[in-house]
Structure formats: structure tokens, C-alpha cells
Design a protein around this ligand. Structure first.
Ligand SMILES: Nc1ncnc2c1ncn2[C@@H]1O[C@H](COP(=O)(O)OP(=O)(O)OP(=O)(O)O)[C@@H](O)[C@H]1O
Length: 294
């Protein structure tokens, strides 16, 4: 049987008195694209750091492609983008990239790497003069430089603009299609929904849900019915409705029974202008799972 890309057993990590990761069992197979979700402080970054061997677990074990984390990193098996990933100061982007590529036996061909990370215009720039999004693209190039089979990305697009994000996820999809395992922590749930074939939701250092995004969404009962309605009309007594809110001229009714709600509204002669019915989003599902608690 092929080795898992990532396997943690009973992983427990503390920052002083804070229990950041609590008895985490997580297996990620080769070629999977997995999003780590959860509120601030859920333990996502700590998990990524422990998998990279940057933090010593208080208990439990981590195997990365069958090896201890430090061995896997040394062997070039893991490329990482960390939330506070540093770049050496007083150097040009091209010089840093050259140095990092030189440290690998089989580096990603330069031209293709530069094009993939979208840093063609940045090679002559001082590292210190990069914008947040440019910096993230350079960090991506460094993460990819050794053509690693496993990518660990902690909020990789947090500073990127819309176009940068789109290009980034296109690159990730291409890499995943070529068999790279991609594990990323994010607060952009729509990106997780679009890119990941598996979503792991953490809260309080533990996994509270694990599965395909569609499965998590469908586990959240209920839908929302939206339509335009004049001020002053209330709808809480319509059949099926479990909650009602209004933003400007738009009413949003949470309902446990869409058909009963729509029938009730039509029977009351509500015109239902701009009607929209939608299921739970991944955001709804995550909020339901973590209980909005922080
Ligand atoms: N260096 C540190 N020293 C002390 N406590 C820490 C440290 N780093 C993280 N923590 C604590 O560990 C817990 C988990 O933090 P972690 O950064 O892993 O969460 P996260 O899910 O990545 O959060 P975010 O979404 O905000 O990045 C939190 O309670 C946090 O305050």
C-alpha cells in the first residue's frame, strides 16, 4: 500500500499552557487536496508547523510520506508557505530563488517555475520592496522550487488580490492533477469549496468534521428563501420559516421546508420579486459545526 502523504497519530502540541492541538489523528493520502478550516485559534497553523517539524509535539507522532518531519523536509519532500514566512532581507528575488533552487538535486526548471508562480516581473526587485501579494507569490515559487510531492500552505492567498488568487488556485489545481498532495489552511471558504476534494474542520485543536465539502454542506439542514418586499411586512408566521431577517428591501427567510414556505407566501399573495432559493454554503456548515464559538 502506498504511504500516506501525511499521518498524525494522537498529535498533541502545546504553546506553554495553551493546548493548541489536542490528540489529532489525521491521515491524508497522496494526491489529495485538503482544506484545513476553522476559526482563529483552532490549531491549523500549529498543525502545519508540527507537520513541518518546526514544533515539537507534547505527545503523538507525525509521519510525512513515511518519514519523520525533519527528514522529509531535508529530503525535499515538502514545500511550505507559512503565514509569517520570512524572506531574507537585502536580496533580490532572483538571487533568493537561485539560492533555493540550487539546494535541490532536481529543481523545477527556472522559466517554468517563474511563469507558474507569476513572478516574471519581480526577479530584479528587492525582497524588502515587495507588496504582500507579491511576497506570497515569491514564497510560492520557493515552496515549489524543489518540485515537492507535498505542499503545505498556511493561508497562502491572504494578501493576494482577486486575480492573484484565481491564478494561484489554477496553479494548485494543475499541481493536484499531476499528483501533488496539497494541504492548505484558509479562511476563504469559497476557495476551499472550489478547490479542495476534502475539508477538515478544526476547533479547539480537534477535528470536528472531515469529508467532502458537499457532504458538510448537505449536513446542514435548511435553506434560505430571499425575495424583495416592501418595509413593514413581516413573514415569521409563514409555514416552515425558522428565522427571518431583512437587509434593505431584501427579506431572507431561513426555512426547514422550502415548498411549504413558498406555498404559504403565494397563498398570502406575496409577489416574490427577485426570488432566490439557496442551500447551505460551506460557510453556513462551518459556522454550524464550530458553533460560532471562539
Ligand atoms: N507562539 C505561541 N505562543 C502561545 N500561544 C500560541 C502561539 N501560537 C499559537 N498559540 C495559541 O495556540 C492556539 C492555536 O493557534 P493556531 O495559530 O494554531 O490557530 P489557527 O487555527 O492557525 O488560527 P488562525 O486562523 O488565527 O491562524 C491558539 O489558542 C493560539 O493563541
Amino acid at each position: 500500500m502506498p504511504l500516506d502523504a501525511l499521518d498524525t497519530t494522537g498529535l498533541t502540541v502545546r504553546h506553554g499552557d495553551v493546548l493548541a492541538v489536542d490528540d489529532l489523528d489525521l491521515r491524508i493520502g497522496r494526491g489529495e487536496t485538503v482544506a484545513l478550516l476553522g476559526p482563529n485559534g483552532a490549531g491549523k497553523s500549529t498543525t502545519v508547523s508540527a507537520v513541518l517539524g518546526l514544533l515539537r509535539p507534547a505527545a503523538g507522532s507525525v509521519r510525512v510520506l513515511g518519514r519523520a518531519p525533519a527528514d522529509a523536509v531535508r529530503a525535499g519532500c515538502v514545500g511550505a508557505m507559512l503565514q509569517h514566512g520570512g524572506l531574507p532581507g537585502e536580496a533580490r528575488v532572483g538571487e533568493v530563488l537561485h539560492l533555493v533552487r540550487r539546494s535541490y538535486a532536481d529543481p523545477w526548471p527556472l522559466g517554468d517555475l517563474v511563469a507558474t508562480a507569476g513572478i516574471g516581473g519581480l526577479l530584479g526587485r528587492d525582497v524588502d520592496a515587495l507588496s504582500g501579494g507579491q511576497r506570497q507569490r515569491v514564497l510560492l515559487a520557493l515552496a515549489l522550487a524543489g518540485q515537492p510531492p507535498l505542499l503545505l500552505l498556511d493561508e497562502p492567498t491572504s494578501a493576494m488580490d482577486v486575480e492573484g488568487r484565481r491564478a494561484f488556485w489554477t496553479t494548485m489545481r494543475d499541481l493536484a492533477a499531476r499528483g501533488t498532495t496539497v494541504v492548505f489552511a484558509t479562511h476563504h471558504l469559497e476557495e476551499a469549496d472550489a478547490v479542495a476534494d476534502r475539508v477538515v474542520v478544526m476547533a479547539g485543536g480537534r477535528v470536528v468534521a472531515d469529508g467532502p465539502s458537499a457532504g458538510l454542506r448537505s449536513a446542514v439542514a435548511g435553506r434560505t428563501v430571499r425575495f424583495s418586499a416592501p418595509d413593514g411586512v413581516t413573514f415569521d408566521r409563514v409555514p416552515g420559516v425558522t428565522g427571518a431577517s431583512r437587509l434593505g428591501g431584501t427579506v431572507a427567510l431561513a426555512t426547514a421546508d422550502v415548498e411549504a414556505t413558498l406555498r404559504g407566501l403565494l397563498a398570502d399573495g406575496v409577489p416574490l420579486d427577485d426570488l432566490e432559493v439557496r442551500g447551505a454554503s460551506l460557510e453556513d456548515a462551518v459556522l454550524a459545526l464550530v458553533g460560532g464559538g471562539r
